[in-house]
Design a protein around this ligand. Structure first.
Ligand code: G3H
Length: 329
């Protein structure tokens, strides 16, 4: 009897991914998830020196990075004017003469990311461009407002025209190992998004361990997240390479188990072109070229574009070569 009770209390029930409700998943997978911290850190340390992104084709890779940026403003003093300027930059992220020289006319960023109140000016300013508007909802960045208000915020953001919703998870569900609660929360957020894409922000800098990052990644994917995203940009530690490795491998494992491709969005503190290239290398090596497109990869960044533009200008005014046009897959 004692044993039965123990089994009932420790067994986590079966759940389903809303994208394939006929396929049973099991929250016990989450318990089994591991992350070997020292191996992950050793591997992450080798990444900046690797050469998967060939130097000769760097301009092409930098253009690919631009197409994957969620160009972001998330500040308390945001105004419609600031958002309009950001959207103009989203439409034409790099000076026209540089794009002409690179043969990259028509290049845009992946999306513009704003707070709920800035959705309307963003939708207006991006009309006809095909660039999606992403909104941070659910009491961003802490995610500690009442649950019904967080759900209502998603619904209002979708109604206001957001194409993508970046939700923040309740960190306490991860820190207390309450995977069922995290699954239920994420599934409710997923449903509230309707046709809008949903990115689950894990706030990895507040999850305590890489193992928790792996587990939270899995639960959010099981509950239907289209993307998993590292950070709000407001934690004291935001996107890092070790965390990225863990999340990317969780995405790969989930794809291997279910056939469902989930996207990845590192966010917060990525501001240098060379760092963007390291992230693209990591994706290429761990997930393959299919993930190097804006439907499966985004940078959440407010200042990365400026540095990439400077690097591209340097390429064009320096030793420009037709090799820069090489396709990146
Ligand atoms: O999701 C995006 C982040 O809030 C942007 O962070 P950042 O300002 O450090 O680039």
């Amino acid at each position: 009897m004692q044993t039965d009770t123990h089994v009932i209390q420790t067994h986590l029930p079966q759940v389903t991914d809303p994208r394939n409700p006929g396929m049973a998943l099991d929250l016990d997978w989450v318990r089994a998830a591991q992350a070997n911290t020292s191996a992950i850190e050793r591997r992450a340390a080798t990444l900046p020196g690797r050469r998967s992104v060939k130097k000769d084709y760097q301009a092409a890779w930098l253009c690919r990075a631009i197409s994957c940026i969620d160009l972001t403003t998330l500040a308390g003093d945001d105004t419609a004017g600031r958002v309009q300027r950001l959207c103009a930059k989203a439409r034409q992220p790099v000076r026209a003469d540089i794009l002409d020289a690179l043969g990259m006319q028509g290049l845009t960023v992946g999306a513009v990311c704003v707070y709920h109140d800035m959705i309307a000016p963003a939708v207006d300013a991006l009309a006809g461009s095909g660039i999606p508007v992403a909104a941070v909802s659910t009491g961003f960045p802490a995610g500690l407002s009442p649950f019904n208000l967080r759900v209502a915020e998603i619904e209002q953001s979708v109604q206001a025209g957001a194409d993508e919703i970046d939700i923040v998870i309740s960190r306490r569900h991860v820190l207390t190992g309450n995977w069922q609660a995290l699954y239920d929360e994420m599934k409710t957020f997923r449903a509230a998004c309707g046709d809008a894409h949903v990115k689950a922000i894990l706030a990895t800098g507040e999850l305590g361990s890489l193992r928790n990052v792996a587990r939270a990644s899995l639960v959010c994917m099981m509950a239907g997240a289209d993307f998993i995203k590292t950070s709000t940009g407001k934690e004291s530690v935001n996107a890092t390479l070790p965390v990225s490795l863990v999340m990317i491998r969780a995405i790969r494992d989930y794809y291997d188990r279910t056939g469902i491709r989930v996207g990845y969005k590192p966010a917060g503190g990525i501001s240098k072109a060379k760092d963007a290239l390291v992230y693209l290398s990591l994706i290429k090596e761990e997930l393959g070229n299919r993930w190097l497109h804006p439907d499966l990869f985004r940078f959440g960044a407010s200042s990365l574009l400026g540095d990439i533009e400077r690097q591209l200008e340097h390429h064009v005014t320096g030793a420009y070569s037709a090799a820069y046009r090489h396709p990146v897959g």
